[in-house]
Design a protein around this ligand. Structure first.
Ligand code: CAO
Length: 451
């Protein structure tokens, strides 16, 4: 036998009068216990109010725009025969900040990993804000809260499940709020238009990736597993790398620099400088040479801003540092004003701080160009991902002795692989080849740096 019960707003903390911005069920709907019924919003955050019982909705007692607080009746429910949690008011769902934690929002220049705090959590309750998952769609890193899509947690979840980027969906609700129906029509339109051709309402034609939702696999079915949460740095850098990879048309130019003489100089300098405690590294020479190349090819020391190219007149060089918690990119400021020894000391200090997790956000901001050196580890070439909003990145692999033809005979030369990824919207292939060849020339004969 089923009873009609009133489902009320449970204890939602300090909020007595919050506005209903969305009704998630209608009369006649069958709901499960804990299923979200309405979304409420304060000036700080939005949250969903779940049902305390399972059953069929008989009548809604609220409408959009009503203000509710603890004890307000939401609806009448014809409770299912054995209401799972009828006696116990359900806990409100985790709140979501109006702008879900834009990863590294404070530092648009750092793709990789800024252990900066994520956006302030919602204050509505102590539950965590929605976090960014590497398989979710990401908000723009440097978008201000007002530019982020306005949608309730349930709509965000719905969009995530369908792999929909909410930035591409036009909201039809109050204040352009995106509703489930908006997401549905977006998907329908995308499907009707075919992959790559569908124009989302309000989005540029061809916008959206129209990719399949991330596969959900129960790995435990196939063998033993262990779930390990991603570190905060991995979540942040993953989101940034993902955005950069899908939004920037990358091309990588591969070159090899003859560093036979430079390596001899490096070894010699280290012998001479043993007492100083500073180890001269190939990375320090690379930074110096990159600055010279940036001066010769200014479009590499730039960032895209709409239809404009911002050409920088300063030379702050980032370098990828591998840490136990993930990848971070400390930035050497004013590298043009520093000598090789100073650059070696500073990179070593910053890499140490990175490994100890002691870099401040400021130490990872403002980069113009990045270097990712895997030379100490191995590899022959790779495709580094551009550190937006920079337009190019240099990947460096392990140097090896190679037979190089000098016109008469093969000579054993120490060759350093240089992989330059560039943003093809800004840099043409020929310019990239010139930049990389120039860089290789500098490394082959470092005296040219003074020219
Ligand atoms: N070829 C051959 N050997 C190289 C080399 C190269 N290109 N670069 C460095 N080495 C050697 C050095 O000579 C040194 O050898 P010794 O110990 O015998 O002197 C050893 O490798 C270690 O090098 P290093 O201490 O000079 O460090 P480094 O300057 O190469 O690197 C840093 C510093 C911070 C870049 C590095 O620790 C690091 O984190 N690298 C990983 C970066 C990364 O993860 N990039 C990927 C980003 S994309 O996912």
């Amino acid at each position: 036998m089923s009873d009609v019960i009133e489902v009320k707003v449970p204890d939602i903390g300090d909020f007595s009068e919050v506005e209903i911005i969305e009704l998630l069920v209608a009369p006649g709907d069958t709901v499960k216990a804990e299923q979200s019924l309405i979304t409420v919003e304060s000036d700080k955050a939005s949250m969903e109010i779940p049902s305390s019982a399972a059953g069929v909705v008989k009548a809604l007692k609220v409408k959009v725009g009503d203000k509710v607080g603890e004890g307000s009746v939401i609806l009448e429910l014809e409770a299912a025969a054995e209401p799972a949690a009828a006696a116990k008011p359900a806990e409100p769902a985790a709140p979501a900040a109006p702008a879900p934690a834009p990863a590294a929002a404070a530092q648009p220049a750092a793709p990789a990993a800024a252990p900066a705090p994520a956006a302030a959590p919602a204050v509505m309750a102590s539950a965590p804000v929605e976090h960014t998952s590497p398989t979710a769609s990401y908000p723009e890193v440097d978008a201000s809260a007002k530019n982020l899509p306005h949608a309730s947690p349930s709509v965000r979840k719905f969009a995530r499940e369908l792999g929909v980027d909410l930035r591409l969906v036009q909201g039809s609700g109050a204040k352009q709020r995106i509703t489930q129906d908006d997401v549905r029509s977006y998907v329908k339109q995308a499907l009707a238009g075919g992959a790559g051709t569908a124009a989302a309402p309000g989005a540029a034609a061809g916008g959206g990736l129209n990719v399949l939702a991330w596969p959900k696999v129960d790995f435990a079915k196939f063998g033993p597993i262990q779930a390990k949460p991603l570190s905060r740095i991995k979540k942040i850098s993953g989101a940034n790398l993902h955005r950069n990879w899908v939004m920037i048309p990358h091309v990588t130019n591969n070159e090899a620099a003859d560093i036979t003489e430079l390596e001899a100089l490096r070894v010699q300098l280290n012998k001479e400088n043993q007492k100083s405690g500073i180890k001269v590294t190939m990375l320090a020479f690379l930074i110096k040479a990159v600055v010279a190349a940036l001066k010769k090819f200014p479009e590499f020391n730039a960032s895209l801003d709409g239809d404009e190219l911002i050409l920088k007149q300063y030379y702050h060089i980032g370098f990828a540092a591998d840490t136990p918690n993930g990848l971070v990119v400390p930035v050497i400021r004013d590298a043009d004003r520093k000598g090789v020894l100073e650059l070696a000391a500073e990179t070593s200090e910053l890499a140490g701080q990175a490994r100890d997790g002691k870099l401040s956000p400021a130490q990872m901001q403002g980069g113009c160009f990045s270097i990712s050196s895997l030379g100490g580890i191995g590899g022959t070439t790779f495709t580094p991902i551009i550190n937006a909003p920079e337009v190019a990145i240099l990947g460096v692999s392990r140097s090896t002795h190679q037979p190089v033809w000098d016109g008469q005979a093969f000579q054993p030369r120490l060759m350093l692989p240089l992989s330059l990824s560039y943003d093809h919207r800004v840099i043409d292939g020929a310019a990239a080849a010139r930049f990389n060849a120039y860089l290789a020339g500098l490394l082959a004969d470092f005296r040219r740096i003074i020219l």
